[in-house]
Write a new protein. Structure first.
Length: 271
């Protein structure tokens, strides 16, 4: 829940590291493996692994774990958890092929009506990817998928789960963008950003700015896009997701070529 709530990654990493050490003293093997999977994901996001996509490093070696425990998605919750966090990494670091492959394997959002932290984040990521593909490929299939996920999130909000409100707003912004309703899209994106800024959700503030910036580039608003992509970088850094922030910096290197990143990192401005 700390990850979903946007708790700073260095703080989470420290807490998980301590929990693993404590559980190893009591030989709680199942809990230890789940924590190690989570711990490695945190390290990947923080830039403390050789590759952000593979859950391999100080806390876990993904290939060795799969060899020992199998890759069957139905074999254990630990395998589902491992694949889900690999799925999230594919989203954050732009590996669309891996994301779509894991989506078919997991089908987390499609096969359950229940909500959980895993389902919540996965629904958001799947929705955003569906909207991206609907816009870039002019695809009815992906528009239908995006609408389906948005309706699912709307149902969760209607049932009283306030944790999904800003996620619903982000998906509604994407729908307005897809339908070329530019003013509505701007208002929705700005509202999401304002909510996330107010309640300290740096991870979703970063994501909303990133998505808004991408949309602004599509509509030719380069200066405003530069601003929002820069704020996205700052917000990912504030969250502690250094690897993702560096991904943003490299992906938009041409757009951000006049940004003084040393000054940004030193001042940690809010933009």
């Amino acid at each position: 829940k700390g990850l979903v709530a946007g708790k700073p990654l260095p703080l989470l990493e420290s807490q998980v590291r301590e929990a693993v050490e404590e559980m190893e003293d009591y030989n709680q093997k199942q809990n230890i493996i789940l924590l190690r999977i989570f711990w490695q994901f945190l390290l990947n996001m923080m830039g403390r692994s050789s590759s952000p996509l593979a859950l391999t490093g100080e806390a876990l070696h993904q290939e060795e774990y799969v060899k020992l425990n199998g890759a069957n998605i139905n074999s254990s919750f630990a395998v589902i958890f491992l694949k889900t966090l690999e799925y999230w990494a594919a989203f954050y670091f732009g590996d669309l092929e891996l994301f779509l492959t894991l989506q078919k394997q997991l089908n987390l959002v499609g096969k359950t009506s229940r909500t959980s932290s895993l389902i919540q984040r996965t629904a958001l990521f799947e929705g955003l990817i569906a909207f991206s593909l609907a816009r870039t490929k002019k695809s009815r299939k992906w528009k239908k998928q995006a609408s389906k996920i948005t309706s699912r999130v709307q149902a969760w909000v209607d049932s009283g789960d306030i944790n999904f409100k800003h996620i619903l707003l982000m998906l509604e912004a994407e729908m307005a963008a897809l339908n070329k309703k530019q003013d509505k899209a701007h208002k929705k994106y700005k509202r999401v950003i304002a909510i996330c800024s107010r309640v300290g959700l740096n991870h979703d503030r970063a994501l909303a700015n990133e998505r808004f910036g991408e949309y602004l580039l599509e509509t030719g608003e380069k200066d405003l896009a530069t601003h929002h992509i820069t704020v996205s970088y700052q917000s990912y850094m504030r969250w502690g997701a250094n690897a993702k922030a560096n991904h943003i910096r490299k992906k938009y290197a041409t757009l951000l070529n006049e940004v003084d990143f040393e000054e940004l990192d030193e001042n940690d401005g809010r933009g």
